[in-house]
Design a protein around this ligand. Sequence first.
Ligand code: HEC
Length: 270
Amino acid sequence: MKTDRQFELECSRRHFLKGAGTAALGAAGITALATSIPGFIKDANAVGASMEKWPWPYVKLDPDKTAEIAYNEWYRVFCGAAVINAVFSQLREKVGEPYKSFPADSFVFLEGGMAGWGTVCGSNAGANIVSNLIIGPRIGGPDCEHGHTIGSDMMDWYSNTPLPTYTPKEPKQKTAIIQTKSESPLCHVSVGKWMDKSGFVLGSAERKDRCARVAASVAHKLVVDLNAWKDATFKPKSTWTPGKTFGITAQQNCAECHPAKVPAPPTARK
Ligand code: HEC
């Protein structure tokens, strides 16, 4: 495994090459970087891509179809595995391996913010697993300074968007499902705020359908972003790097959980 510092160095080198403006030099540089990382496939679209190596080949998918699959899969394997399966079940058909061998259902444990602990919403975790397998390590993204850009953008979008955004073609629940903004990528906060505003309890059919629609909304955005990335038009919207900006890994709205006073991490005290 490379250290963060090594990735940073490779990142800046790639930026330098891009800045030089010579396409040929840039491409050569990227190939050199790609081959320098163990397990990094030179040509991600090469036939017979293997399970051990990544990133994996991607072909553009239909966002609405993906969202529908995610919605229905939620009722079988819940949020995280639903998002993964929504994308990978289609790539299994269109690409084959390594998607065929990937045990997407095993990610059923992401349910309820990982085994019911309310940490990161499984839809966000699933989207990060998918984008990371397809885009690859930090140097693979269009703007490597922001790490796993599509995954990070997803957390940002999820936190700042009234969800769910997606309405299934044939909703299993006919009751109106209200939208709430979580201001957090966490399952606990997201589900909690929705339950508080809607009045529906955790075990209700409405809460379940809300989470199925959230998974569908995330799967939809994920494929929109992956398609843009494939076309080289993806532009990351979140421009902050939590570790560097705050000296602690976190979501950026510190006051949401520290309303009285945001504690300073040791680096900021020095
Ligand atoms: C989702 C809620 C949440 C968010 C958002 C959050 N924190 Fe925290 N943070 C906590 C909790 C809970 C603790 C445990 C201690 C406590 O209860 O204050 C903690 C602890 C800390 C600590 C350890 C020292 C201490 O006083 O306990 C620091 C430093 C800290 N947070 C800084 C930040 C900063 C800076 C941000 C924004 C970049 C941030 N936090 C965002 C929930 C949060």
